[in-house]
Design a protein around this ligand. Structure first.
Ligand SMILES: Cc1ncc(C[n+]2csc(CCOP(=O)(O)OP(=O)(O)O)c2C)c(N)n1
Ligand SMILES: [Mg+2]
Length: 332
């Protein structure tokens, strides 16, 4: 695995803090009704992304996930201003403002959404890996899903074919303890989700998803296996979300104390503790990171606020890939 150096720790700190603050801003503008529709935030789960990115080859590897999908594309290189504009429904957004929160997408940067149907992205991820194997691209697909999604039939169908064809894919369950308001223990006999891989003889295991080093190590092993023709892996990241399922969640299914317990092992704090302990940065340098993050979030907000809404005819223009599709008098 690439070494986890001082620079990596500092990057992790700045990236994760930015993702956290970016989403805190989204929560604030959602309350002001500037961002509408659904909004599912990733606060608490950032180490899963930071560790994964460390192990990936961003020049060719791909990622696909569910609807908790605002910060992953940013991590993969998509301009955060365009992600925020998408959430505002503005024409400068990643999908010209037509997708919104659950549908961030960037083919160019290898981020394939953003999927609202629980478990819908699992066979798609297997299919992306199939294409990479077929065209001999030596790329690996990271396919994320929640703990609720693993009970879908689509997972089992995709697992079977991924093993049969030894596809270069890493399936990752982000087990944050709940599917909406329902805990894992209330919906399944097997609460060690990673064991679902055993039935397919798929290499699998559980990982501390609050620690980016642990995530990177497990992910590196899985990605190397996939890239060298060794087939898929299933990893269960034990993590936690601090905010509700979406913005409209009274959170009666858990206690405030439980949330506070997890905040004690917060991924950003864990990384900051190492930075301080190993003297990777002075207090002033840490403060400067905080200021840079704040400014960057402000810049995203300004860009989104000042961007125009899309023209209505764009709705028709984006439906068909064939530009001269003859049956639609679609220009309004
Ligand atoms: C097929 C399907 N069934 C139900 C829903 C409604 N739904 C949306 S999110 C969700 C919970 C999924 O939880 P989980 O997979 O654990 O992901 P998390 O929200 O925790 O990231 C449900 C049931 C849906 N979108 N799609
Ligand atoms: Mg969940």
């Amino acid at each position: 695995m690439k070494k986890v150096t001082k620079e990596v720790y500092l990057k992790w700190y700045e990236d994760m803090l930015f993702w956290r603050k970016f989403e805190d801003k989204l929560a604030a503008v959602y309350i002001q009704q500037k961002v509408r529709g659904f909004l599912h935030l990733y606060n608490g789960q950032e180490a899963v992304l930071a560790g994964s990115l460390h192990a990936m080859d961003l020049s060719k590897d791909k990622m696909i996930t569910a609807y908790r999908n605002h910060v992953q594309p940013i991590g993969m290189g998509v301009d955060p201003k365009r992600v925020m504009a998408e959430l505002y429904g503005k024409s400068t957004g990643t999908s010209q403002g037509l997708g919104g929160s659950m549908h961030i997408f960037s083919k160019e940067k290898g981020f394939f959404g953003g999927h609202g149907i629980v478990g819908g992205q699992i066979p798609l991820g297997a299919g992306m890996a199939f294409a990479d194997k077929y065209f001999k691209r030596e790329a690996v697909t990271l396919c994320y899903m929640g703990d609720g999604a693993v009970r879908q039939g689509s997972l089992h169908e995709a697992f079977n074919l991924a093993m049969l064809w030894q596809l270069p894919v890493v399936f990752v369950c982000e087990n944050n303890g709940y599917a909406m308001g329902t805990s894992v223990a209330r919906t399944a006999h097997t609460t060690d989700i990673y064991k679902l891989g055993l039935g397919y003889e798929m290499p699998c295991g559980a990982v501390d998803g609050m620690n980016p080093v642990k995530v990177a190590e497990a992910m590196d092993e899985a990605i190397q296996r996939a890239r060298s023709g060794g087939g898929p892996t299933f990893l269960e990241m034990k993590t936690y979300r601090y905010r509700g399922h979406s913005m409209s969640d009274a959170q009666h299914y858990r206690t405030k104390e439980e949330v506070e317990e997890y905040k004690k092992i917060d991924p950003i704090t864990q990384v900051l503790d190492v930075i301080k302990e190993k003297k990777y940065a002075t207090d002033e340098e840490i403060e400067a990171i905080g200021k840079r993050v704040k400014d960057k979030v402000k810049e995203c907000e300004k860009f989104a606020e000042e961007s125009p809404y899309p023209e209505k005819n764009v709705m028709y223009d984006v439906v068909y890939a064939q530009e001269d599709y003859p049956f639609l008098p679609h220009k309004l």
